[in-house]
Design a protein around this ligand. Structure first.
Ligand code: NAP
Length: 278
């Protein structure tokens, strides 16, 4: 049996096993997707033993950047993003990919019918997920990206990498007094922060700035509807949560591992039940 899985710390809450195991079962593939709790101190040993035990993995927080040095090769956007979320064992070599950007773009099109070319976006959060999202938007020829993070240095670092790749990117430290006007001058707002995951989290921005030309992509999927999501819905704005992105980044990883077309509808169907069990 082939073993795949997810590494992270902690990895208790994940929908990936349900989604990937449903796909293996549906296609009659003798494989299993498991969770592997790996602390930062254990990462080197994990990759040392990888080839003996595993055929492929997904990677989550906090290992998306630090795993890169154990790869024999990076493919796709992984190098420019500076983070990997998928590893494939190919000819006894570890190949690192980042499928988050692809997952985001597929969901952006499917859920919001949003075409980034010549549009302006504002992204809250400049961590790993924001990196994948912004490089995805750049590939689709977005006109301008504003990056807002509580940690201004992180926003500056990502904006600088984007500029090197030819993107009109602007970095800002989070400041409620100025973000309103920038949202008014944007057509896409992406929440790539954890703000909204917990009951009682502060509002990301005052809802009066949610204007009618704005589409909203909230990367959070648990809860299904954050405070931002609900405010957008109340105003009849186009809004999606992160479930579609999760599905499509997983489908892309599945195809890289197996070489087979991912059974999207089977994987999609596995998600709500798994979410209830979290
Ligand atoms: P991350 O590396 O921790 O980055 C999030 C960044 O946002 C951090 O720099 C954080 O600053 C900043 N931040 C927090 N609250 C903020 C606020 N109110 N305004 C501006 N910036 C703020 O996390 P990540 O891995 O990029 O993930 C971000 C979110 O995306 C999480 O909710 C994650 O679950 C979700 N995600 C979803 C998918 C999917 O498939 N749907 C995939 C990946 C990630 P501090 O560190 O200083 O708090």
């Amino acid at each position: 049996m082939k073993i795949y899985g997810l590494i992270g710390y902690p990895v208790r809450h994940s929908l990936s096993p349900a989604m990937q195991n449903a796909a293996f079962k549906h296609l009659g593939i003798d494989a299993e997707y498991r969770l592997f709790q790996v602390t930062p101190d254990e990462l080197e040993e994990f990759f040392f033993n990888f080839k003996k035990k595993l055929c492929g993995i997904n990677i989550t927080i906090p290992h998306k950047e630090s795993s890169i040095k154990y790869m024999d090769e990076l493919r796709g956007e992984a190098k420019e993003i500076g983070a990997i979320n998928t590893v494939v064992l190919e000819d006894n070599r570890l190949i690192g990919y980042n499928t988050d950007g692809v997952g985001f773009l597929r969901s952006l099109k499917e859920g919001l019918d949003f075409r980034p070319a010549s549009k302006k976006a504002i992204i809250f959060g400049a961590g790993g997920a924001s990196r994948a999202v912004s490089f995805g938007l750049l590939r689709e020829k977005i006109e301008r990206i504003i990056l807002v993070d509580i940690d201004g240095e992180k926003a500056i670092s990502l904006a600088s990498d984007l500029k090197k790749a030819g993107c009109n990117a602007i970095a800002l430290e989070y400041d409620k007094r100025i973000i309103g006007n920038l949202v008014l001058d944007s057509e896409l707002l992406v929440n790539a922060t954890p703000c909204g995951m917990k009951e009682g989290d502060p509002e990301l921005l005052p809802s009066k700035f949610l204007h009618e030309r704005l589409s909203i992509f909230d990367l959070i999927y648990n809860p299904k509807e954050t405070r931002l999501f609900k405010e957008a819905k109340k105003r009849n704005l186009k809004v999606v949560n992160g479930m579609g992105m999760l599905l499509y980044q997983g489908a892309e990883a599945f195809e890289l591992w197996t070489g087979q077309k991912a059974p999207i509808e089977v994987m999609r169907k596995a998600l709500p039940d798994a979410l209830k069990k979290l």
